[in-house]
Design a protein around this ligand. Structure first.
Ligand code: ZN
Length: 118
């Protein structure tokens, strides 16, 4: 799945960095450094319907970005699976459950007695 991402002006990226006080946007809160490297990540992945806007961007350290991307891929796959199941093109595993696995000539009463339908 290829998702096109917009390029923003340098000023936009700077605004994001300033918004985060130059710290990683994930829970680690470690200072972003050029030496370690950092990336701009979509808060909600584009593949999950996230907007390609500066508001949906955040800067994260390279190690954090890798971790977050892995989680995202899991969610994207899941969303994809659910979409498929919803559209009904998911491959069925095993046999179709018979809707009436019981003898339709017999009827069980609420008190447990079984009688033959007439
Ligand atoms: Zn982090």
């Amino acid at each position: 799945m290829k998702t096109r991402r917009r390029k923003f002006h340098r000023r936009v990226y700077w605004a994001i960095l300033r918004r985060q006080k130059l710290r990683c946007a994930c829970d680690c809160n470690v200072k972003l450094t050029r030496a370690e490297g950092y990336q701009f990540d979509h808060i909600t992945a584009l593949a999950l319907g996230g907007a390609d806007t500066p508001e949906n961007l955040r800067a994260v350290r390279t190690p954090c970005h890798k971790r977050i991307s892995t989680v995202d891929i899991g969610m994207i796959r899941k969303a994809d699976r659910q979409g498929k199941a919803h559209r009904g093109d998911k491959k069925r595993r095993g046999r179709v459950m018979p809707s009436r696995p019981f003898d339709t000539r017999l009827r069980r009463r609420m008190d447990g007695r079984v009688e033959v339908r007439t």
